[in-house]
Design a protein around this ligand. Structure first.
Ligand code: NCD
Length: 363
């Protein structure tokens, strides 16, 4: 079934369609109150979450549907060693649609390939988080009135922050977007996002370590948390954790129309004193997430009813190349075929279909 695994699974027209539905839901909530009557959403959360899981649940309830699921791996049979594929097959017996968060990259995609209902990626390791991007897009659209002609600064943990990876993939498809990447040297944006997403779409970007220098030119400042749980060594985390703290003093140098976004949870990277600034949009952003998830559930259930299928990856090698990314689902999933898809024919470069690992095909 059609699923949402990566934000680029949807065209810009489809993203605009979701924004349009979300705005209609905001204006006419009663119209949608019974749209998902007798439909069930399963939330399979193998990693902690507040906003994403509860906004999915609230979204389904406000559409008149119901919700089943679990909020930690230890309360599912995964703790007994059940594979992602089996878990997904079982859940499709009980639910019409499922949202999955997992610490391993590609886990929701394995689920989508093994189930007969739509799957939504609610965050896979440090890889992507497409539904947070939906919340971000609606927030930028409602606050700035446009998704084109914007200078967007992303600040903090750009290496492990999956929300930034998905947001840049989405924004790079709009017109006249400029990006400022603000991070410590150690937490710079991964090469694949820089070269394939930004360079690939001709997006102009600069990298800096200074928030103060970057802030005056920004229309949107997207703050992120340093992702403690993704560090192999906690000493490095301790050294980097206070890299950026947004304060009212720093906000003085920003445009009066700039908006501050943050996927939340915040640790200390935005002073609580900034909350009263009308430019602080992060709590409104959390509310927008619910509306976009409502629009998404409606779209995927409608496509499931019409029998729309997820496209099969083309030009794929099965078990000829081996994915050795320790954060990929390939490392744990029982008998999962290692599949690589051609991304550069001339140089014979292939990418793991579950994560971003690349391999060159030797003769
Ligand atoms: C983000 C996530 O889980 O990646 N949170 C969220 O979904 N709103 C950001 C984070 O955890 O830092």
């Amino acid at each position: 079934m059609r699923s949402l695994i990566d934000i680029t699974d949807f065209s810009v027209e489809e993203l605009d369609g979701l924004l349009h539905t979300a705005c209609d839901i905001i204006e006419n909530p009663a119209k949608y109150a019974d749209s998902c009557r007798r439909k069930k959403l399963a939330t399979l959360f193998f990693e902690p979450s507040t906003r994403t899981r509860l906004s999915f649940e609230a979204a389904m309830l406000e559409l008149g549907g119901s919700v089943i699921g679990f909020s930690q791996a230890s309360s599912s049979s995964a703790s007994k060693g059940e594979s992602m594929a089996d878990t997904a097959k079982i859940l499709s017996c009980y639910a019409d649609i499922m949202a999955i968060r997992h610490p391993l990259e590609g886990a929701p995609y394995v689920a989508a390939r093994n189930t007969s209902v739509p799957v939504i990626n609610a965050g896979d390791g440090g890889h992507c988080h497409p539904t947070q991007t939906l919340a971000d897009l609606l927030t930028i659209y409602r606050e700035e009135g446009r998704l084109n002609n914007l200078t967007v600064g992303c600040c903090g943990d750009l290496k492990y922050g999956r929300t930034v990876h998905s947001l840049l993939a989405a924004l790079s498809r709009y017109e006249n977007i400029k990006v400022v990447l603000i991070s410590p040297e150690e937490l710079r944006l991964p090469g694949y996002v820089k070269y394939e997403v930004l360079d690939g779409k001709g997006i102009s970007y600069e990298e800096t370590t200074s928030l103060e220098e970057a802030i005056p030119q920004l229309d949107v400042l997207y703050m992120t948390r340093i992702q403690r749980e993704r560090f192999d060594d906690l000493e490095t985390y301790e050294h980097l954790k206070d890299s950026y703290i947004l304060t009212p003093e720093k906000m003085q140098a920003a445009k009066s129309t700039m908006r501050v976004l943050h996927p939340l949870p915040r640790v200390n990277e935005i002073s609580v004193k900034v909350d009263a600034d009308p430019r602080a949009a992060y709590f409104r952003q959390a509310l927008n997430g619910k509306y976009m998830r409502m629009a998404l559930i409606l779209k995927l259930l409608d496509e499931a009813k019409k029998g729309v299928q997820m496209p099969e990856p083309e030009d794929v090698l099965v078990d000829r190349l081996h994915c050795d990314n320790p954060r990929c689902i390939c490392t744990t999933e029982q008998e999962l075929e290692h599949m690589f898809k051609c991304v550069d024919k001339e140089r014979r470069i292939y990418r793991c279909i579950y994560c971003e690992a690349k391999k060159t095909l030797e003769d």
